[in-house]
Write a protein that binds this ligand. Structure first.
Ligand code: NAD
Length: 504
């Protein structure tokens, strides 16, 4: 019975692949091959097999997509619709995602290896909620009138920015796309989305679902392809007004360069992280703290920008705490992502596996103590699996503490005092998230204020929702996704100053 249940998603996957997954780009409301006909293989990290052949977009395709987006923006077929009408379409778009939940979840899991359980329960519903939330917000936001006195009427209005290029990574392909699409589309912009070459499939389906929901043709186009081809062409394009980018800090740097070399388009970067999670000895429920530290770290195979990958533990409890971590880690053993009970799936590809294994070796070489995992797993499947790994005795200067690994590797760093913990946490190029565990309210507030991070979690990690901003400081980026603040990225403020003459 269980065996049959676990095979269900394999059967669905086989059916889907047998029917054929359409890898053509979506421009102007239609499917297209690349202008030069080139394709790339979409390889599943679940078992190393090719599941689709995808159009390899390049500059000519990006030109066509941007022209389509520009035409749609210029004739105001979308931006000109009343906010309530845009809301209706966005809410319908969200409903389409929910209706297609199983197919989208399966595509996501096959494409990038996350457990089907998570794709079903988190990725699809969260993406749908994001689109719905921004859609529902759009007819509830008012503009402003400045306090100018009798002789003037000054309006401060928000206007859609124009054509938005959205460039997203592979770790949450659909969710990261929806964090851009929600506010950008709701505000009336046109969008050209460039998904990662490692996970292009759900983006293409999103574009079809948007059309079915009533989004006018040309408003949302998807050009799959490689970063140095389609990504570069989009970010350098003279007719793109803003780039909403999520990805590595390395590529984020390039985005700023592309902007400076082209039309000074706005660039909003959501980049990498190396988040510190600080456990003080005064926290009374260390079992929950340990379970959360491990669960948040290994969720999505550790391929989360805000993964709490540096765990700072106060000396007096460190031995006992590390024992708890080592005992909990095997619960996250890698397994078949299509098995509904799996909690840790496959890494995205062989390159990422090698990167993670390289960092594990560097931890060993630099003298950290591996207390769990530390090796590749399930190699016989042909897929990409690494055992969840915990290092104790890590120094913050080590490579595994300074660099983003983006895999299931946790670095435990011991500290003595509050001041030392804050100094270690802030000694990082990144500043995305941080965690503080303490029952001392003064300490929790003091430390939260001192941490250089876009989000600080207190006595939990990773509990948030669409209502709060997400983004980082320092080299973790600048813009904020989620919440009403996300509209700041996709609208321009306009001042209209009108002189009012007196009656006589
Ligand atoms: P990446 O930077 O390699 O790629 C991201 C996107 O940029 C992809 O679509 C890629 O094709 C494109 N790209 C790559 N090189 C390019 C180039 N030269 N020109 C134009 N486009 C280019 O990142 P990744 O490996 O896909 O994603 C992992 C990174 O994303 C991690 O650093 C992670 O922390 C970060 N991330 C950040 C957030 C956040 O909200 N801050 C969320 C998720 C992931």
């Amino acid at each position: 019975m269980t065996e049959n249940f676990n095979r269900i998603w394999h059967q669905h996957a086989a059916d889907l692949i047998q029917r054929g997954i359409d890898g053509r780009m979506v421009i102007d409301g239609r499917r297209w091959n690349a202008a030069d006909g080139s394709l790339f293989d979409c390889i599943s990290p679940v078992d190393g097999k090719v599941i689709a052949r995808v159009a390899r977009g390049k500059a000519a395709d990006v030109d066509r997509a941007v022209a389509s987006a520009r035409a749609a923006f210029a004739d105001r077929r979308w931006a000109g619709q009343p906010p309530a009408a845009r809301k209706k379409v966005m809410v319908a778009f969200a409903a389409q995602l929910r209706a297609a939940r199983d197919e989208l979840a399966l595509l996501e899991t096959l494409d990038m290896g996350k457990p089907i359980k998570n794709s079903l329960s988190t990725d699809v519903p969260s993406a749908a909620r994001c689109l719905q939330w921004f859609g529902e917000a759009v007819d509830k936001i008012y503009d402003e009138i400045a306090p100018t006195g009798d002789n003037a009427l000054a309006l401060i209005t928000r206007q859609a920015i124009g054509v938005v290029g959205a460039i997203v990574p592979w770790n949450y392909p659909m969710l990261m796309a929806s964090w851009k699409l929600g506010p950008a589309l709701a505000a009336g912009n046109s969008v050209v989305l460039k998904p990662s070459e490692k996970s292009p499939l759900t983006a293409l389906r999103l574009a079809e679902l948007a059309l079915e929901a009533g989004l006018p043709e040309g408003v949302f186009n998807v050009v799959p392809g490689f970063g140095h081809e389609a990504g570069e062409a989009l970010a350098l394009h003279m007719d793109v007004d803003a780039i909403g980018f999520t990805g590595s800090t390395r590529t984020g740097r390039r985005m700023l360069d592309y902007s400076s070399r082209s039309n000074l388009k706005r660039v909003y970067n959501e980049l990498g992280g190396k988040s510190a999670n600080i456990i003080f000895a005064d926290f009374d429920d260390l079992d929950r703290a340990a379970a959360t530290a491990i669960g948040s770290m290994f969720y999505n195979q550790g391929e989360s920008c805000n993964a709490p990958s540096r765990l700072l533990v106060q000396d007096s409890i460190a031995d006992a705490f590390v024992e708890k971590l080592a005992a909990l880690t095997p619960q996250y053993h890698p397994a078949d992502p299509l098995d509904a009970s799996t909690v840790l799936g496959a890494l995205v590809d062989e390159t990422q596996t090698q990167t993670v294994l390289g960092y594990i070796q560097s931890g060993v070489d630099e003298g950290a103590r591996c207390v769990a995992g530390g090796c590749r797993a399930l190699q016989e499947t042909g897929g990409q699996y690494v055992a969840p790994t915990v290092f104790d005795g890590v120094k913050n200067s080590m490579k595994i503490a300074q660099e983003e690994i983006f895999g299931p590797v946790l670095a435990v760093i011991r500290f003595k005092t509050e001041a030392e913990a804050v100094a270690i946490a802030n000694d990082s190029a990144y500043g995305l998230h941080a965690g503080v565990w303490s029952r001392n309210i003064d300490r929790a507030v003091r430390v939260s204020r001192a941490l250089q991070a876009g989000t600080v979690h207190v006595n939990q990690y990773d509990e948030d929702d669409i209502t709060v901003p997400f983004g980082g400081v320092k080299q973790s980026g600048n813009g904020r996704d989620k919440s009403l603040h996300a509209f700041d990225k996709y609208t321009e403020l306009k001042t209209t100053w009108m002189r009012i003459d007196s009656a006589n």
